[in-house]
Design a protein around this ligand. Structure first.
Ligand SMILES: Nc1ncnc2c1ncn2[C@@H]1O[C@H](COP(=O)(O)OP(=O)(O)OP(=O)(O)O)[C@@H](O)[C@H]1O
Length: 479
């Protein structure tokens, strides 16, 4: 068997004899098997964990869906799982139709053991290759789906849609993990260049001495040449990630390319003309980088024709349930992790956590919960890590230590302040929704906020709660 870990094969057949026979044969060969007698059981098994392969009887008695419907669902939700159809003597035509619909192959009953094993091994090898290819594509970059129906993401999508129609250079700013890379891919996908290449250069990960070779390519003595990323992106988009980390020497060369739309390769004499739209991203303050001499002001002006800010997850907590569900679906498709819903109390906790690592941190948490948690049923609050990062844990310890040293009245005040700030931030500064959740009248909540010195302020397009440490000023709690 080519795989090192035993393969996981799901056998779906309404006849117990056939299920057991196929399972015995496959287990004797070292494969792992699971079985299902009808479509509901098959779907439960699929959702718990996607198998490496499905062996599916086309006729299923007492089943909500027939084999073809199950096949369609698998091909839609888990396209990398190959399906081998078992067909009776009289329905080979249906089996052939199933292959046209995406089944890997079919075997006829009564089946020959060698043929069964050969088909299974070939299908598993195909599935392994598909998974490897999907992983490689994942390294190149994920799909350009920009998830989030909240106001901040709607605003971002609108800006990207508008600028996509032009050819203007865009500078995306936002904290690490907020989704600048996804925003750049989305922009490319919405533009006239969508069918042309989207090429990424991450300035922070390329050795500075190799940067120019990577960007502009190299010409050899025999006039053969290696293409650089500018040339590979011809007709499409070049995404310069972490642009602040670009070596200063290379910055002036990039500036020249932006002015001339042409360059020469390293050791080359010929001028290479390119039509490339440059989108760049940074999580640093480029103005400060300019002041401190690390970034060229003229390049900044060339790159920053349209500045677009990607909001951090802490200012769009209303998107958390949707993002969570999206990552569960992605991880189910990519890694076969269980497809699970979120319980209401888990949603409440997720929306009050601090998220210093933004969407990337949320994705990592989803992965951890799906790997370590139960196989099915909604995710409970108890399955979530206490805090998504160590520094937030320190805050909580500090808070409990501080509370322990206070008389009850003051401790209650400190707790109420922390609790209400977290809840208001969770509902993006909306006092009515906060009041509804915490179980207070809106006017009573307003009075409470005032007495605790909590105000809401606009920050990066979102309303956030904070403690008003400026006497009688700073802002007012409002929707
Ligand atoms: N709106 C979104 N919809 C779907 N997935 C998202 C969204 N925003 C971020 N992600 C996912 O979160 C992860 C981090 O996003 P991304 O790499 O785009 O962040 P970034 O801001 O470019 O980070 P860095 O500054 O570290 O390069 C990726 O897995 C990405 O697919």
């Amino acid at each position: 068997m080519p795989e090192t870990a035993p393969s996981d094969i799901l056998i779906v057949d309404d006849e117990a004899d056939i299920r057991e026979l196929v399972a015995d044969i496959l287990e004797d060969e070292g494969h792992g098997t699971r079985t299902a007698a009808n479509s509901d059981a098959a779907m439960d098994q699929m959702n718990a964990r996607a198998p490496d392969l499905m062996v599916l009887d086309i006729w299923l008695k007492d089943s909500r869906m027939d084999g073809i419907e199950i096949l369609k669902t698998v091909k839609r939700d888990n396209p990398n799982v190959p399906v081998i159809i078992i067909s009776g003597h009289g329905n080979v035509e249906i089996a052939v139709a199933a292959v046209k619909q995406g089944a890997y192959d079919f075997i006829e009953k009564p089946f020959n053991i060698d043929k069964l094993l050969m088909t299974v091994n070939r299908a598993l090898e195909t599935s392994r290759l598909r998974r490897e290819n999907a992983a490689l594509r994942g390294q190149e970059g994920e799909q350009a789906e920009l998830i989030g129906a909240g106001a901040a993401m709607r605003g971002l999508r609108q800006s990207l849609d508008r600028v996509a129609r032009s050819n203007g250079r865009v500078l995306l700013s936002g904290p690490p993990g907020s989704g600048k890379d996804v925003a750049a891919r989305y922009l490319h996908g919405q533009s006239d260049r969508a069918t042309k290449p989207f090429v990424v250069v991450n300035s922070a990960t390329i050795e500075p001495e190799r940067m120019e070779e990577v960007l502009f390519g190299v010409e050899h003595e025999d006039r053969a040449h290696d293409k650089g990323l500018f040339e590979r992106a011809h007709g499409g988009t070049l995404f310069i990630d972490e642009v602040a980390d670009m070596p200063v020497g290379t910055q002036s060369k990039i500036l020249r390319v932006l002015v001339d739309q042409a360059f020469t390769r390293i050791n080359g004499a010929d001028t290479v003309r390119v039509d490339v739209r440059v989108v760049s991203a940074t999580n640093k303050d480029l103005k400060r980088e300019i002041e401190e001499g690390r970034f060229r002001q003229d390049l900044y002006h060339r790159l920053n024709v349209v500045p677009i800010e990607v909001p951090g997850l802490d200012s769009r907590r209303d998107d958390i349930p949707e993002l969570f569900k999206h990552f569960v679906d992605v991880l189910h498709k990519e890694q076969g992790l269980p497809r699970r819903d979120l319980s209401e109390d888990a949603i409440a906790i997720l929306q009050t956590l601090p998220w210093p690592g933004h969407v990337r941190q949320l994705r990592n948490m989803v992965e951890r919960v799906l790997i370590l948690g139960a196989d099915s049923g909604p995710i409970a609050a108890s399955e979530l890590p206490q805090e998504p990062d160590a520094s937030a844990g320190d805050n909580r310890d500090q808070l409990s230590a501080a509370l322990a040293g206070l008389p009850l009245r003051e401790a209650r005040e400190v707790f109420e302040r922390e609790y209400l700030i977290a809840q208001i931030n969770r509902f993006s500064g909306n006092i009515s929704r906060t009041a509804n959740f915490v179980g207070m009248e809106r006017s009573a909540l307003h009075r409470k906020l005032k007495s605790l010195g909590i105000v809401t302020l606009s920050r990066g397009g979102a309303r956030m709660a904070t403690v008003d440490d400026v006497e009688d000023g700073g802002g007012d709690a409002e929707e």
